[in-house]
Unconditional design. Structure first.
Length: 193
C-alpha cells in the first residue's frame, strides 16, 4: 500500500515538473521562447495599448526600442538569475534578451531571443554588480568544469521566462481603461475664473 502511494506521488511530481516549457532553438541556432495567443474580438490597437500598459508597470526590466507606428514592437529586457544554497539566495548574474511582440486583430504573438548572460561579482561595498559589460550567449557550449553550472543558468532562464510569459499573457487579457477626454470650456479674459 505504501509503495503504490509512493509511486503515484512520484508520478504526479514528475508530471508537475514536466509542465515547464523549455527553450527551443530557432533557425539561426539561437535559443528562443515563442508563443502565439488568440484573443477573439480584440483589435490590434487594443492589444498594442495593452502591451504599452504592461511596459509602464515594469519600467526597470523592459525598455521599448521601436517606433509607435510599427506593428512589431521591439523591447529589450533583463532577468536576474538567483543562486540558492539551502535557505540563502543571492544573484549570480543577469540575462539580457530581446523581446518582440506583434499584434493583429484577434491574436498576438511574442518571442524572446538573443539571450546573453553576464555574471555578477561583489563590489567593495558588498553589492552584486555585473562583472563585465559583454554578455556570453546562452547557446555557447561550456567546458567540462562549468557545464553543470551553465546548464543551471539555462534552466533558471527558462523557468523565469515561463513565469514572465504567464504574467504577460494575464496582462494582455485585461482591458486598458483610458481616461475620458474632457473638452476645455471657452474662457474669455472678461469672465470670472
Amino acid at each position: 500500500m505504501k509503495l503504490s502511494t509512493l509511486i503515484i506521488l512520484l508520478f504526479f511530481t514528475a508530471t508537475g515538473f514536466a509542465q515547464e516549457k523549455a527553450l527551443s532553438t530557432d533557425d539561426r541556432g539561437k535559443l528562443i521562447y515563442y508563443e502565439v495567443v488568440n484573443l477573439k474580438e480584440v483589435s490590434a490597437d487594443s492589444l498594442k495599448s495593452r502591451v504599452k500598459a504592461f511596459l509602464k508597470k515594469t519600467p526597470k526590466t523592459l525598455k521599448l526600442k521601436s517606433a509607435d507606428t510599427d506593428s512589431l514592437m521591439y523591447i529589450t529586457g533583463k532577468l536576474i538569475i538567483n543562486k540558492t544554497a539551502l535557505v540563502l539566495s543571492r544573484p549570480s548574474g543577469e540575462v539580457l534578451y530581446n523581446f518582440y511582440v506583434e499584434s493583429k486583430d484577434g491574436k498576438y504573438r511574442f518571442w524572446m531571443t538573443d539571450f546573453n548572460f553576464i555574471s555578477y561579482q561583489r563590489d567593495r561595498y558588498g553589492n552584486f554588480v555585473p562583472s563585465t559589460a559583454v554578455g556570453i550567449p546562452l547557446e555557447t557550449k561550456p567546458g567540462k568544469l562549468n557545464s553543470a553550472e551553465w546548464n543551471g543558468y539555462v534552466k533558471a532562464t527558462a523557468k523565469e521566462l515561463n513565469v514572465f510569459a504567464e504574467r504577460f499573457k494575464e496582462a494582455m487579457m485585461k482591458k486598458v481603461i483610458t481616461p475620458a477626454v474632457v473638452a476645455p470650456s471657452a474662457v474669455g479674459p472678461h469672465q470670472k475664473w
